[in-house]
Write a protein that binds this ligand. Structure first.
Ligand SMILES: [Zn+2]
Length: 455
């Protein structure tokens, strides 16, 4: 069969660019990313976690005046540690005053600790974990799970100064975030995306610190491309006896072709290249059953996000004084940090993902002049030298076919039915780094009830 003319013209005109994109450093051999992955230090993760738990508690309403105990001393130490870890980091407190609401029984000043590594463009990639900790009293999270979610924090007599080391929840995600801030800043690599490393407060009261931050981002129309959130990523001994030191779960909210799912697939693909000894277990749901974390503050505002979770949890230790350093396996935490590092570095070196809708929100996907082809169009992305189109059967959850095309904004797949396949497009930089894949998502049909004459 003769390919359609438009397709041929596009291919012939752009062969040199395509060759350039493919002959440049291929992404699976980018020494910059390998260097970043290798620089993640188990020794430093352990040292940071040891210091973090020494504050006794980091509960969101614990002391802010003691120099040695409570959330005030802890956040100042995180701030200072980020500041001294690299002069390239712009460190600040992202402060929000929260009036009494929900589990906040009094007005509380929350301070997220933020470190920004500016890139060439304003598009942002977030790596995050929450530094606040919690002791729910006897039974901890396991008792709360069994009780069906009645939360003692809203009681006036709740003890905000009880011992809450939070080594794993979420000391693990906190020190992962702090270590990646150092590694990315000290790499000397100039990224296209701006990287933002945040240790959140107020997570245990209902994702409050991250919600306040993400709301402000949405109001200011800041382009946020990804949130890699890490919450409970350091334990390998499940409370049920299962031990797993080689798997991490990555949760992402649907629908199947949401940008959050695209981000999850990206993590899996890049991890296979740079951290092949670690297994990524993609989870097609927002989070564990009935539980949550700060990535949801991002997805709620329409920003792509995933959350990393250890393979098997020990619920009996969570939200108790027993969440200590002994429950953190540092080689495992290091592997999880390396997965984050590989994916975030690759994404930050890539162009932005192309949008595949027009400014009225309509998909740029048609049946083409023949009426039976797949004609894909997309919006050009700065820094892209080529694009890749992906497609798959509708009743599957990962791309089955991929094809690199030139520096074009249109491509026809002859005789491929847009009714029978899902399509997506990604952008490729000159050095081979690829963006997230934007899918043409078929909208759910909206219609009103029909009127019926009642007799
Ligand atoms: Zn947590």
């Amino acid at each position: 069969m003769t390919p359609p003319r438009a397709c041929l013209v596009a291919l012939i005109a752009l062969l040199p660019t395509l060759a350039a994109a493919q002959s440049a450093v291929p992404p699976d051999a980018d020494p910059r990313v390998r260097q970043i992955v290798a620089a993640v230090s188990e020794t430093r993760l352990r040292a940071l976690a040891t210091r973090l738990v020494s504050f006794g508690t980091r509960e969101s309403m614990s002391s802010t005046t003691s120099p040695t105990r409570g959330i005030g001393a802890a956040r100042q130490w995180i701030f200072d540690e980020l500041t001294t870890s690299s002069p390239r980091l712009q460190v600040s407190f992202d402060t929000h005053v929260i009036p009494p609401q929900g589990r906040f029984t009094r007005q509380t000043e929350l301070r997220n600790v933020m470190a920004v590594l500016p890139g060439r463009s304003p598009r942002r990639i977030y790596i995050t974990g929450h530094y606040d900790s919690l002791n729910l009293g006897s039974g901890g999270q396991q008792a709360l799970n069994a009780a069906g979610g009645l939360n003692p924090q809203a009681r006036a007599d709740f003890d905000h100064d009880a011992e809450a080391p939070g080594a794993n929840d979420d000391g693990s995600g906190t020190v992962l975030t702090m270590e990646l801030a150092r590694v990315f800043a000290e790499s000397g690599v100039q990224f296209d995306a701006t990287l933002v490393f945040i240790c959140w407060a107020g997570e245990e009261q209902g994702l409050v610190g991250s919600a306040a931050h993400a709301q402000a981002l949405a109001a200011a129309k800041v382009p946020v491309e990804a949130n890699f959130n890490n919450d409970i990523v350091g334990n390998i001994h499940g409370g049920n006896g299962v031990v797993d030191a080689e798997t991490v779960r990555v949760y992402s909210v649907g629908p199947e072709d949401s940008m959050s799912r695209s981000l999850a697939r990206y993590v899996e693909r890049v991890a296979a290249i740079y951290v092949p000894s670690h297994r990524i277990r993609l989870m097609a749901r927002e989070d564990r059953f009935g539980r949550g974390s700060d990535h949801s503050s991002f997805t709620r505002q329409g920003f792509p996000a995933v959350v990393f979770r250890e393979a098997n949890e020990n619920f009996a230790k969570q939200h108790t004084a027993a969440d200590t350093l002994e429950g953190v396996d540092f080689p495992y935490l290091t592997q999880n940090a390396r997965v984050n590092a590989a994916a975030a570095a690759s994404l930050a070196l890539a162009p932005a993902a192309p949008t595949v809708q027009n400014d009225r929100g309509q998909n740029l996907l048609t049946r083409g002049p023949s009426g039976y082809d797949a004609q894909l169009r997309w919006n050009a992305v700065p820094g892209a030298v080529a694009y890749r189109i992906s497609w798959r059967d509708t009743w599957t959850n990962d791309w089955q076919h991929r094809q690199t095309v030139g520096n074009v904004t249109e491509f026809i797949l002859p005789n491929v039915s847009i009714d029978d396949y899902v399509f997506g497009v990604s952008a490729i930089a000159a050095d081979g780094h690829e963006s997230l894949t934007s899918a043409y998502v078929s909208p759910v049909r909206q219609s009103a009830d029909v009127k019926v004459v009642k007799d």
